[in-house]
Design a protein around this ligand. Structure first.
Ligand SMILES: Cc1ncc(COP(=O)(O)O)c(C=O)c1O
Length: 344
């Protein structure tokens, strides 16, 4: 990223994109094109909705926290009618609930269902394969937020029949924020063709046309794409299956470690726990803010607070991306010392 600027229409940059586009398909496990946007993950969420939905369309938003709720907010912002199907924070969205709601929709009013794989605000991992299957059986489009699951948990865009999936650069791709990615099925593409106002900057047709020639429709964040090129090489060398296994092992280490420290997990069942972040309840008498301050000041380790209604109620240990056992052990040891210091 420290290299001098290079022209985004130069042959050198085209060569980078010739590597990046197929490598992104490998991460999404798809033969479909993966669009690259200069925007954070939320930009890709908007891109997903605006390209297939018209104002007034009915969207079912399956919610379990801040980021799944964001889908609903984006839908409302572009003029859709949004119905939420929510569970309390810390719980996973189960297919049975979704199937029951979709079964009531006999006249097929629901055009799209928004889903989240890993809900970063709570540390929940939803059974996304089954949820997508339920949506597919109904006939609506499934729009999946894979921001903190791609590059952490198994994800098979084509095999699972996902219609649209989005992710962002600062998560499993391990580079700074500013890029996002979007894969779309042929079904979603067909719906896009009849979309009345598919926007301009995020427009799939414009982006696809440029990407077919290994360029971008507008000036992209060239240096982030150089970083992405390197990150994708690192990911390809390790291999997606090995990356998922490493995340699973780190996640289990974190979960077992915090339990051994006498702490309670916010998501009790391993199968519904995110492989990107683990949410933990602070022990009685210890403030989350004090715990975070001590960990940062004494050990240079940053853990996140809860968001919105969970602020001060949980803290979140991130274990996404370039993380190895040593980092997990250091964090657990620092947490142990921090708890001792704060309880003293
Ligand atoms: C699951 C999930 N979805 C969406 C977003 C929003 O992405 P961004 O902040 O890159 O716009 C985030 C960000 O943390 C996220 O974790």
């Amino acid at each position: 990223m420290g290299r001098p600027a290079l022209g985004h229409r130069s042959p050198e940059f085209k060569t980078v994109l010739e590597r990046v586009f197929p490598a992104l398909q490998n991460v999404f496990r798809t033969r479909q094109p993966v669009l690259l946007y200069t925007a954070s993950g939320t930009g890709a969420m908007e891109a997903a909705m605006v390209n297939v939905l018209n104002p007034g369309d009915l969207v079912l938003s399956v919610c379990c926290g801040v980021f799944s709720e964001r889908w609903a907010e984006v839908g409302e912002a572009i003029g859709c009618t949004v119905e939420r199907l929510s569970v309390p924070p810390g719980q996973a969205n189960l297919p049975e609930l979704l199937e029951a709601r979709l079964a009531q929709d006999t006249d097929k009013k629901i055009k799209a269902v928004t889903l989240i794989h890993s809900e970063t605000s709570t540390g929940v991992l939803n059974p996304i394969h089954s949820l997508v299957h339920a949506v597919r059986s109904h006939g609506a489009l499934s729009l999946v937020d894979a921001v903190t699951s791609l590059g952490a948990s198994p994800f098979y865009f084509d095999q699972w029949g996902v219609d649209v999936a989005i992710s962002g650069s600062q998560k499993g791709f391990m580079i700074p924020p500013g890029l996002s990615f979007l894969a779309m099925s042929e079904r979603a593409m067909a719906v896009h063709k009849s979309c009345k106002a598919p926007g301009y900057y995020f427009n799939w047709t414009k982006t696809l046309k440029a990407q077919a020639e290994f360029t971008t429709p507008y000036t992209p964040a060239t240096h982030l794409i150089l970083a992405l090129d390197e990150a994708l090489k690192v990911m390809e060398t390790e291999g997606m299956e090995a990356i998922w296994t490493r995340h699973h092992q780190n996640q289990l280490m974190v979960r077992e470690g915090v339990k051994a420290l006498g702490l309670e997990l916010f998501v009790p069942e391993d199968i519904f726990a995110s492989q990107a972040a683990t949410s933990v309840l602070p022990p009685k008498g210890v403030e989350v803010s004090a715990l975070r301050k001590h960990l940062k000041a004494e050990f240079g380790i940053i853990v996140a607070d809860g968001q919105k209604s969970l602020k001060g109620k949980i803290f979140r240990i991130g274990h996404l991306g370039y993380i190895h056992q040593r980092d997990v052990l250091a964090t657990l040891a620092a947490l142990d010392k921090t708890l001792n210091a704060l309880r003293a």
